[in-house]
Write a protein that binds this ligand. Structure first.
Ligand code: ZN
Length: 289
């Protein structure tokens, strides 16, 4: 048994343990989106939590030697994908699968769910994806029917979006650590509203969705936009929000990304909800510094 003196002696070490920062690796380098402008935001948002040290890994450019790209995933706790580009080497793919399956975190941001359409393990990790010739062969849509998300195997394209606009995001699980305390609905800044995503869709847990209206050339369905899923012992946080700098300046993007990354890394969320989280009637932006 510990003596009182031994306990007191151990106390000063506790805050140090709690403060150990986790290591996040952001991958960019190829994307049909403005990754040189958005990676600094993704990096800063994680650093602002005080929970992460962040390393950025930039792949060779398109047409370069992508086969030589082999980052040391295992040196990190979570990988954030801001990448939508050429396929990696089989060795790098295997490293990545091992990394996530071993119990680490993966965060998929917006067009990263367009990447790697023919890599089965990756598609299992992200649950749903779009473009890259995805079709019914890629897996079902997830459709909200009578309060439940059900697979829909009807033929059709995987991935589209209508005109960018501000839209209401609806919380679908208020009890998950990432979403606890969030309002039931909020207004998201002007962004693409990804629709008709499809994929293996195994064990996908939808945290939030938005209705894609026909008037904006959408699918006329509630579309899953923020989701989590397990992969092996690992945890995946997948957000379809965040087309560019404006969308990524929306406080709801920032907060769900910060909390989602913490959850993917540790399975818990310790961050408090900020006062500037948007309500249903007005968007809330933070100025890019
Ligand atoms: Zn986009």
């Amino acid at each position: 048994m510990l003596t009182r003196r031994a306990l007191l002696a151990a106390l000063p070490a506790l805050p140090l343990l709690a403060a150990r920062k986790r290591s996040a690796l952001i991958i960019d380098g190829q994307n049909n989106h403005a990754w040189p402008a958005t990676t600094p935001l993704l990096q800063r948002y994680l650093e602002e939590t005080g929970l992460f040290t962040v390393t950025v890994s930039t792949t060779p450019p398109k047409g370069g030697d992508i086969q030589s790209y082999r980052p040391k995933f295992s040196a990190h706790d979570v990988v954030v994908l801001n990448y939508n580009g050429e396929d990696w080497s089989k060795e790098t793919e295997a490293d990545f699968v091992k990394f996530v399956a071993s119990g680490k975190g993966l965060v998929v941001v917006h067009a990263a769910n367009n990447a790697f359409p023919t890599w089965p393990e990756f598609n299992e990790m992200i649950g749903l994806g779009g473009w890259g010739n995805r079709t019914e062969k890629s897996g079902p849509y997830l459709r909200l029917r009578e309060g439940k998300w059900v697979p829909d195997t009807q033929p059709g394209r995987g991935g589209s979006h209508g005109d960018q606009h501000e839209y209401v995001v609806t919380l679908r699980d208020p009890n998950h650590p990432i979403t606890k305390g969030l309002p039931p609905e909020w207004l998201h800044a002007k962004d693409e509203l990804y629709d008709r995503l499809r994929g293996p869709a195994k064990n996908v847990h939808i945290l939030a969705s938005a209705f894609a209206p026909k008037a904006k050339r959408g699918s006329d369905e509630n579309e899953p936009l923020i989701m989590v899923l397990p992969y092996g012992k690992g945890r995946v946080f997948h957000t379809c929000l965040g087309h560019g700098v404006e969308a990524m300046s929306s406080v709801d993007f920032i907060v769900t990304y910060q909390r989602g990354t913490e959850w993917a890394t540790t399975g818990k969320v310790t961050q408090k909800l900020p006062a500037d989280f948007p309500g249903k009637d007005k968007i809330s932006l933070r100025q890019a510094k």
